[in-house]
Design a protein around this ligand. Structure first.
Ligand SMILES: [Zn+2]
Length: 223
């Protein structure tokens, strides 16, 4: 079920008041238009009609794609302590409500960044798994280890040559692309599965570079 509410918002820049539609839940089968708007970065974005200031509404949202068996809980924050708390809260409330029983075979993801949410939607739309993608992203960044701290890498798209990744260098302020053959993805995915990685979730998961590092080091309990 897709759910929204209207909120009156004061622009943080010019203090103009305007009404914004805030989505707290998006179910893909209800409306493909909503999904397109989300992928275009229009959902829960505030745009001031007076000064055109743009900002993300600090509002949590649940994304649900029944066909892909994907559920993403998006809770916007930059605070690592708050992130930990919200992550344990969602796990706790799911456990208490038995809702996980109905989500067998699902991938359940907890994210705190808008772009991270969009990236995961794209990954699963392309029939890929984000755990293998995160491992490949680490491999790409480790090719230039001295600059890996200042760079972040995101899945871009599937093209004829394979999987295209975007590398953003925050110091050089440059965007590079890197293409990985589909066969390399398949190799990584197969070896992760053979090592015991499950292609679906038993609980909410944060699948990020830290997760991928744990996978590579074999420290993950589910692994
Ligand atoms: Zn404004």
């Amino acid at each position: 079920m897709s759910i929204n509410l209207k909120q009156s918002v004061k622009c943080p820049k010019c203090e103009h008041m305007s009404d914004v539609t805030v989505w707290s839940s998006i179910t893909v089968k209800d409306s493909m238009d909503l999904k397109s708007d989300l992928l275009a970065g229009k959902i829960n974005m505030f745009k001031c009609p007076s000064c055109e200031h743009i900002g993300l509404m600090p509002h949590p949202m649940l994304y649900h794609d029944e066909d892909k068996r994907l559920m993403i809980s998006f809770s916007p924050t930059n605070d690592p302590v708050l992130k930990e708390k919200m992550f344990s809260d969602i796990k706790e409330s799911s456990k208490n409500s038995d809702e996980l029983d109905k989500l067998e075979g699902y991938n359940l993801r907890f994210v705190t960044e808008y772009n991270e949410m969009l990236e995961k939607i794209l990954i699963f739309d392309n029939e890929l798994n984000d755990k293998a993608i995160e491992v490949i992203k680490l491999m790409i960044l480790s090719q230039d280890i001295e600059k890996s701290e200042q760079r972040n890498c995101r899945f871009g798209k599937v093209c004829d040559d394979g999987l295209e990744f975007m590398i953003h260098d925050t110091i050089e302020n440059q965007i590079y692309t890197s293409t990985v053959p589909k066969s390399s993805y398949d190799t990584v995915y197969t070896s992760l599965i053979e090592s015991g990685m499950k292609p679906y979730s038993f609980d909410w998961e944060v699948v990020d570079p830290t997760y991928a590092t744990r996978l590579l080091n074999g420290y993950n309990n589910n692994f």
